[in-house]
Structures are given as C-alpha cells and as structure tokens.
Design a binder for this molecule. Structure first.
Ligand code: FES
Ligand SMILES: [Fe+2]
Length: 426
C-alpha cells in the first residue's frame, strides 16, 4: 500500500510532473515505423505522456514529431497535407517543416519574416529496429540511441505489435513484473498456446508456491521467480525489468524471447508494445501468423487500428463455458488479453491506497521505489539510470537448478547477450 501522493507521483507523467520529467530522459517508442510507410504519407496522431502530437515522414524521408495543433487558430494538423517537405494546415495554408518551423504563411508577404517567428514544439526522432523513437527531454541530456537486443537483430528475427490499453501504464507494467500470476491467470493456456506448450515452463508454472529473489541491476531489476521442479530441483524464471517501462519475459525453450514496453499515452491510457525476437533465427511464417491472430503474448487487433478485438466494450468476449471447463482459467482468450482485461478492470488508475501487498509483490514494491528514487534524482539535476547501452543489452532466461545451486551466479551469466548464440531457456 502506498499513499495517495505516492500513487500520483508514480502514475502522472504529463509535462512538468516528476515521473514525466524522468520518462522524458529516455528514447521513447513512439510508433511502428510502418505507420509512416513512405515519404509524404498521411500524418499520424501520436499521444505520448499526455502530449498530443502529429508525426510525419516528409518528401525527403525525414521524420518529424510536433505539436498536433496549428499555431494559427488551433486546427488539428491530422487534417493537413503532407507535401513538398512540410505539413500544410488545410484551413489557411500555414506550412511546417519536420522541426515544427513554420515555413509559409500564405496571407503574409515573405518579406515580413512573420513565419520565421512561428515554431511548433517538436521532438527529434530516430528509426531503429522497426520503431520510430522520440526524445522529449532537454537536448543536453539526450542519451545514446536504444541498444536493446531486438533493435539490433535482422528484421526477419523480430515481430513487433502494439495495442491500446485503457489503463495507466503502471498497473500494466506491474503485471509484467509480477511473475506469480502466471500460475493462475494463464494456467491452462500455457499447455495450449502454440508458442508455449510442451516446455518445462508450461509444466512447472502450474506450481503456485512461487518464491522471489530480486537483484538490482544497473538498468533496473533482475527478478528471479522460483518454483518446484523435479525432485531436488528448482525451476527459475528470470524477468528483466528495465528502466523506465520495459519487461523481458522469461523464455520458453526454443521459442523466441518476448518483451513489453508500457508507454503512457496519458494518465488513463497506455500503449502495450510487444517485441518478439529470436537471437539466432528468423521467425517462421507460421509463428508470425499465429502472433497476428493473438497467440503468444500478442493480441488480435481490429484491422486498421491498435484496438484489440476483445476489449472493455464487449467484456473481452468472456467465455464462461471455457472457464468452467478449465480450458481457460479466466475465460478470456489469449495471454495478452487476459492481462489487459484484469489490468483495465482496476480502473484507469489503480487506487494503491487500498491494496494489500504480499511477499510475491516484492518486485513491484522494489520497482516503484526505483522509479521514485530515479524521479527524485532527476529533479535534483541527476542522471536517469539505465541509459547506458550495456544496461539495455540483456536477456531474460529460464533454467532448472539443483536446490543448492546459486541463483545469482547462474542468472547473471544467463542474461548476458552473446551475439549469435541462443538464449538460456528450458
Ligand atoms: S488554423 Fe491552420 S492555417 Fe489557419
Ligand atoms: Fe500475464
């Protein structure tokens, strides 16, 4: 349980908030690169950290992310014309380049210099790993570009998806940190899901006596969850939580690795990114098709949108018969929507003054503390943690150890990225 003030500090990320200032020190996954597929393609609305922005790829292929609204009289530039290296407002023709600089005000003579004085707020973008990233913080603090393993892999090794989640980022991310729910919420799915079944993980996560061992890492936390395995052995799942909102899910055997990013759109909505990647092989056509249909930890989306087919407005297509028949523990289809449904059910922002935490929530408690301390440090002029590329270039892992084996030594070795070598998984 935390106080109302602490909950507000952790969940509010708009301009000028402590957590918002912290998040603005990182490169932020803003959109899939394919959302801006070609020069002069239609502009796309982007909501990030309670700011409403518009994204374009201009005639020369340059990326721009700027204030959504025209400086003249506030029209949404989503209606704009992306033409000749700039975005033109359709109301009176004011035109902006990718930096937000106004380059033309047709009603004013060019000699007046009027348009030079008009500039929309804008943020730098880079394209890497199939994602358009933006940096919304002070330019002096701009960090090195994202160095997550999946960013540097060949594109055929990676499948990315994003979905709109109608909740604050924190309760979504806390679901990613909380390995103990797998034994319940996802109980029957691991045996059936084509990207999880027939693995030790599917077998041993049935065990509900999860014990946590948490190690602080430079970029966040290494969260070890221990369950009983065959006699004399433990099954360990090692989740990475990386600042400020990434989780890497422990892998299942030779299946690809999975990770999430929980990026606030505003305080009541977030984008749940899912990154699936294999260090040593391309994903198969079958795997990609399955993920598009909601297998693994992806969700099936309403075509042309990032809204899941099963959503809050249709009770997530709850299937009580499947729940009763133990085909699905929660009655919701698919791991991703099982998570999303229970997280959205907490309300837009979970009231953490009313929760009752137990020992399996230790990783959540530690992550909240890390976030709070990081925000306080940045507010005092310090550097945000986890910006070093080495802190980002890590893996999750799963392994079985004899009871007396050292979790710490094994885990630290298993999460290292060895280029061209497969991940550690059982
Ligand atoms: S409102 Fe955009 S040009 Fe007038
Ligand atoms: Fe889950």
């Amino acid at each position: 349980m935390i106080t109302h003030e602490q909950n507000a500090l952790l969940t509010q990320t708009g301009p000028g908030t402590p957590m918002g200032d912290l998040f603005r020190r990182y490169w932020i996954p803003a959109m899939l690169a394919e959302e801006l597929p070609r020069p002069n393609c239609p502009p796309v609305r982007v909501r990030l950290l309670s700011e409403r922005l518009i994204a374009i790829r201009d005639t020369g292929g340059r990326l721009g992310l700027m204030d959504e609204f025209c400086a003249h009289r506030g029209v949404s530039l989503w209606f704009g014309r992306n033409e000749e290296n700039g975005l033109r407002c359709p109301y009176h023709g004011w035109k902006y380049d990718v930096t937000g600089q106004c380059v033309e005000v047709p009603s004013e003579p060019a000699s007046s210099g009027f348009c030079q004085k008009i500039k929309l707020k804008s943020y730098p973008c880079v394209e890497a790993g199939g994602v358009i990233w933006t940096y919304m913080g002070p330019s002096a603090d701009r960090p090195p570009e994202p160095a997550f393993e999946w960013v540097g892999l060949p594109r055929a090794h990676v499948f990315l998806s994003k979905r709109w989640q109608e909740s604050n980022y924190l309760q979504a991310m806390e679901g990613g940190i909380d390995s103990s729910h797998v034994s319940f919420l996802h109980r029957y799915d691991l045996d059936r899901d084509p990207l999880h079944r027939n693995t030790s993980g599917a077998k041993f996560t049935r065990s509900t006596n999860t014990v946590f061992d948490i190690l602080e890492s430079p970029g966040g936390l290494l969260i070890g969850a221990r369950r009983d395995a065959d006699p004399g052995h433990h099954y360990w799942r090692v989740t990475q939580w990386l600042m400020p909102w990434y989780t890497l899910i422990p892998p299942y055997k030779g299946n690809a690795l999975n990770g999430h990013a929980w990026v606030p759109m505003d305080d009541d909505n977030c984008v749940a990114w899912t990154m699936t990647f294999h260090p040593v092989r391309a994903l198969t056509t079958e795997e990609v098709e399955l993920m598009k249909q909601g297998a693994g930890v992806h969700a099936e989306l309403i075509p042309g949108t990032f809204r899941p087919v099963a959503n809050r407005h249709n009770n997530y297509l709850m299937d009580r018969a499947a729940q009763e028949a133990n085909l699905s523990y929660s009655g919701i289809r698919g791991l991703a929507m099982q998570d999303a449904s229970i997280q959205e059910s907490m309300g837009p922002i979970q009231d953490r003054t009313r929760e009752n935490l137990v020992s399996t929530d230790n990783a959540i408690i530690t992550a909240r503390l890390r976030l709070r301390k990081a925000a306080e440090a940045v507010a005092k002029g310090g550097r945000a943690p986890g910006l070093d590329p080495a802190a980002q270039n890590v893996r999750s892992a799963s392994f079985v150890l004899p009871e007396q084996g050292s979790f710490q030594d094994t885990a630290l070795d298993a999460v290292r990225v060895r280029k061209g070598e497969p991940h550690v998984a059982v």
